[in-house]
Design a protein around this ligand. Structure first.
Ligand SMILES: O=C(O)CCC(=O)C(=O)O
Length: 269
């Protein structure tokens, strides 16, 4: 029988317990973990980035390189960074999590290209809800990669949140729609690596789906093989901005085609 381990914790929980949960479940929600002031600053930054992108899109002037991001609810990674401090803002934001991240990742580095804002509209218009997928589809062979997913607005009730399959999948699954010999990369249509609800029900009949309500300050950690999707219900009438930050061990990212931003090496740095 599988032992039930709670996945929703406060920041004063012992590190060993958090590590055990991450190890057993592959995901973990930490309540009120991140500094609200920094998140508010990032929220305004994201808002400006989306206002600019919306305006350019309406005028038909959105640069080609940004169209792909925009189509999936993203703006380019540099929109998340401050001009005078292109590297450290997100790493500083994660500071309360450094002990945990350093305990579960060897010399953690933030992957610049995969640390992005995301906007999800309730009407699912030009940023459709993301279907069930594993991030492993586009991150492989990087492994493990931890997604620190944090809302910049409260979500999961009136605004779209995120939901996970409560099953610690150890391997990269083959998506049914993936064309033969096609190597999925970031920016490929999600349809190519989506999994249907029927797939989940038939392959993981006993696994439940977890769709937490989250407040600004909460952070959800999960590895790249956990199946997840946007949690979007017809009753939701607000938009949500969020930030996903991905971290990997430096030693596993030697061939990573992205700027890697190191977390400070000591627990008290
Ligand atoms: O923002 C969302 O709705 C889903 C995010 C997601 O799929 C991810 O962070 O990998």
């Amino acid at each position: 029988m599988t032992e039930f381990i709670q996945a929703d914790f406060s920041m004063d929980t012992e590190l060993e317990i958090l590590l055990a949960v991450l190890n057993e479940r592959g995901f973990l929600l930490l309540r009120q973990a991140l500094p609200i002031k920094s998140l508010q600053t990032l929220y305004w930054k994201a808002l400006q980035a989306y206002n600019r992108a919306d305006f350019l899109h309406q005028q038909g002037n959105l640069p080609h390189a940004e169209k792909l991001f925009y189509q999936y609810g993203h703006v380019p990674p540099q929109a998340c960074y401050f001009p005078q401090d292109p590297y450290l803002a997100l790493v500083q934001l994660l500071k309360p999590l450094w002990p945990l991240l350093q305990a579960c990742i060897t010399e953690p580095v933030l992957i610049y290209q995969n640390s992005l804002f995301r906007r999800q509209m309730p009407e699912a218009t030009f940023s459709p809800a993301l279907p069930w997928h594993q991030d492993a589809a586009f991150l492989s062979p990087l492994n493990p990669v931890w997604n620190c997913w944090c809302p910049l607005q409260d979500c999961g009730k009136d605004a779209p949140g995120i939901e996970l399959l409560d099953f610690n999948i150890k391997e990269k699954l083959t998506p049914p729609q993936q064309p033969n010999k096609h190597q999925i990369k970031a920016g490929d249509p999600y349809d190519l690596y989506a999994f249907s609800e029927q797939f989940l029900t038939s392959h993981f009949p006993n696994a439940s789906i977890w769709s937490p309500e989250m407040q600004v300050g909460d952070v959800l950690l999960f590895h790249e093989r956990i199946l997840h999707r946007t949690a979007l219900q017809p009753s939701m009438h607000k938009s949500r901005l969020s930030l996903e930050m991905r971290l990997v061990a430096k030693e596993n990212a030697q061939n990573c085609d992205s700027l890697l931003i190191p977390l400070p090496g000591t627990r008290n740095a």
